[in-house]
Design a protein around this ligand. Sequence first.
Ligand SMILES: Cc1cc2nc3c(=O)[nH]c(=O)nc-3n(C[C@H](O)[C@H](O)[C@H](O)COP(=O)(O)O)c2cc1C
Length: 268
Amino acid sequence: MDKSKRESIGNVLFVALVVCLVCSIVVSTAAVALKPRQDFNAELDRKLNVLVAAGMLEDGQRADDEGRGIEELFEQFEVRVVDLRTGDFTDDVDPDTHDQLRAARDPQRSERLSRAEDRAGIGRLEHHAIVYILQRDDGNIDRIVLPIRGQGLWAAMHGFLALESDMRTSAGLAYYQHGETPGLGGEVDNPRWKGQWDGVKLLDDDLSPSIRLVKTRSPEGSDAARFEVDALSGATLTTKGVEEMVRFWTGDKGFGPLLERLRQAEAS
Ligand SMILES: Cc1cc2nc3c(=O)[nH]c(=O)nc-3n(C[C@H](O)[C@H](O)[C@H](O)COP(=O)(O)O)c2cc1C
């Protein structure tokens, strides 16, 4: 082919079209082929964070490529669905297929929260939530892990909050998805900051959500200090988001009714 024909507009466009076509086939084939792997890894990350929140796995501890280790530990949990309107467990919804975030967008399966109710900034609240229960040998609950979410500074933050058997004391907190700035709001991932959530009281004696993220701690041993976690420095808005979402999900509109039922069951 002579040079002028090879560099004609038609030829250049043809070559560009073929390159685009080949690239798009490669990219879409890779996306389709890797989707199951991506879904598997997302699921594994979710399980890992349930375990981290429950204090059963060190931060940074990993599984092998097939997720063994995490899967084995995760099998100790009983996975149940809770009706958030009543606080009752239900078998009407399958935890294996229930997608809480999708349900929250469906008017048939969620409710719109009023401005006063919506302290976590989630807009709509799904009717059903999945919780993870760790039982003791005597059949009583040792820990329960609750999914929580709420607005951070830049985006919604998604995580897990674990409670001890008294249903008032935190056993741990872990976020698996957020858009906060590394070094500022992103310090929610810092193991040292997260470590403070083991043993802090979430509900006061009247069972009202009372967690406080503070810049200055109350004197050690004081009553107020039991409800305090350090604020994230330089990240007041993320801090407020974390405080509000933990209060929301441990309150009446969140898992409050479930926690009350479990508390009564433990007492009886
Ligand atoms: C680039 C950039 C990123 C920021 N990221 C965060 C963040 O992730 N979380 C947050 O609360 N504040 C973030 N801030 C700071 C807020 O804008 C605001 O100044 C801060 O929340 C005030 O907190 P302070 O009172 O502790 O200084 C960021 C600011 C800048 C300029």
